[in-house]
Design a protein around this ligand. Structure first.
Ligand code: ZN
Length: 128
C-alpha cells in the first residue's frame, strides 16, 4: 500500500537502488565465476583488490569475485604481496586481476554502493 505520492517515489527509488546494486554485482560476478585468488567456484563476496583502507575505490574494476576465506585472509593487506605468498597463486589469475584493475573506469563510484560494501555487508547472497 502506498500512502502518498512521496511514499511511492521513495519506494521506486529504493527499488531502483536495489536493482542497480544487483546489476552492479552481476556485472562483476559474470566476469569472475571463480574466486579471483584461489579459483574456487561461486565466489560469495566481492573483494576490494586495493583495500579501501589503502585508498582503493568502490568501483567496478577494483572489485573482483572472491570466496569468503580469501576475502577474510587478504583483509587490508597489499593484494599483490599477499597473493604471491599463497600456495594457490597462479600467474594466469594474477594476470587476470592485473588486467581487470588496470581497465579504465568510466563510472564514478556511487555512494549507493559504498554503504552496501561496508564490512559486514560482504556476504552478498543473504544481503540481497
Ligand atoms: Zn578464494
Amino acid at each position: 500500500m502506498v500512502d502518498s505520492e512521496l511514499d511511492l517515489v521513495f519506494n521506486l527509488q529504493c527499488l531502483q537502488k536495489r536493482s542497480a546494486r544487483k546489476r552492479f554485482r552481476r556485472s562483476i560476478l559474470d566476469e569472475w565465476p571463480e574466486c579471483g585468488y584461489c579459483g574456487r567456484h561461486n565466489p560469495s563476496t566481492l573483494d576490494h583488490v586495493i583495500p579501501r583502507a589503502c585508498g582503493g575505490k568502490t568501483n567496478k574494476h577494483n572489485l573482483i569475485g572472491a570466496c569468503a576465506d580469501c576475502n577474510l585472509l587478504k583483509s587490508d593487506t597489499d593484494w599483490f604481496t599477499w597473493y604471491r605468498s599463497q600456495e594457490f597463486w597462479t600467474s594466469e589469475r594474477e594476470d587476470k586481476i592485473l588486467s581487470w584493475i588496470n581497465q579504465p573506469e568510466f563510472e564514478p563510484p556511487s555512494p549507493v554502493f559504498v554503504n552496501w560494501m561496508e564490512p559486514g555487508a560482504l556476504l552478498l547472497p543473504s544481503a540481497a
